[in-house]
Design a protein around this ligand. Sequence first.
Ligand code: SF4
Ligand code: SF4
Length: 474
Amino acid sequence: MSTDMTSDGDKSLYENWKKIYPSHQPGFFRNLRWVVYAIELGIFFLLPLVRWERPEGLPSQAVLFDLPERKFYLFDLTIWPQDIFLLAFLLIAAALGLFFMTALAGRVFCGFMCIQTVWTDLFLLLERLFEGDRKRRLKFDRSPWTLRKLLVKTGKMLAWLLVSLLTGAAFVFYFADAPTMARQFLDGSAPYPAWFTLGFLTLTTFVMAGYAREQVCIYMCPYARFQGVMFDEDTLIVAYHPELGEPRESNRRKRTAMGEGVGVCIDCNTCVTVCPMGIDIRDGQQYECITCAACIDACDEVRRKAGFDARLIRYTSMREMKGEKIHMLRGRVVVYALLLALFLGGIVYYLLWHVPLEMTVIGHRQPLYIVQSDGGIQNNYTLRVLNMTANAQQYRLRVAGMAGAELAVAAVAERDERGDPVLRVEPGSVNAFTLYLKQPAREVTTGRLEVVFHLLARAPEGGVASYKTVFMRP
Ligand code: SF4
Ligand code: SF4
């Protein structure tokens, strides 16, 4: 027995896919969505092209995720592997932002900002340019294949392919120098991972925005599945007001003239034909609704043309629909907002105040210590210095905790006015130095001695770091 049949074998458990032909609906929310899309698309496509001045040897791309070097460049910031927890913080903040937005305004993210919505609308725009609006598209798809139909369909697909290719390329540009990678794509010398990423994103963009469209939101998106738990009675939703619209009547004027009590809805179906999810909002709140507000624009236009005042479809909440006052400031909204502020504040605090300098000092084991001919004791160490700033730095090296300490660094002759060794480290580099720390015979006692090495950058942005270790003695 086929697994997609119910026990009585006569009904499929899966709904057959029906192509949706949403019509274009101008209006306030449509314009708002274009503005949001323009910002989102502008940032996505243009950001990798922005150049940024950095010292020689460092990339000149403002935003670059340099995976081989394991460094992320964000304008003046350099994120190092040890800062990777910031990524976790950022993901948590993004999730909290989504929860906050959902608790406040339902699926407004899906309808106005989600990349699936943005790219689907972009593809729909191209589809309209080639095939016309809803009625023409419906007729065109039902018409027999002709040379013209073939050319129009091919033209549309080529346009989709171009947008998909640009999308894939723009994504790759975030991981390599954009002009170099663009040249490599054009002359065919790009590395295999770049080709693979370009191909994968081109294909997924083409399929998801061109064909899968609302199916992605309904069947594939995990967010759509659990967003219901973030809703409450005060969450903003797009809803039809049956108390105003029902009983709906297409011949409303005539029925009203005849004294029949009819609702305001003229049953024109415009709100249904504009819906990208193919639902009828008049059937009540539905899980498929992405709160894009196209039906609000549609009904508002019908309202203006038909000359009635009642806003049949609008942003509202379950509580408001019951005739009660809506509460924007609620417990869960405040909790999400506070947590969001906490995580974002933590990221900002770290980025502003973290020290761009790291050091480690490892004592040599062979030998643990050297007894010198004058009775003094010497320990050798390897010092590693990581300069996380965008400039070359000079650091003074000092040691504390040892009376009469004499400190020298192999191959470093430069000393400051106090006689401390001065170490130079290039931007974004780790340098290793061999240290010789000696305690003169007059100060030597027995046993281990705790010492602390201090690195102090000469430039204020270079930072200060310390490392505690031991000085071994007989
Ligand atoms: S019902 Fe209205 S708000 Fe919901 S997806 Fe359809 S058009 Fe958008
Ligand atoms: S657009 Fe408005 S008037 Fe037309 S069917 Fe929808 S709710 Fe009724």
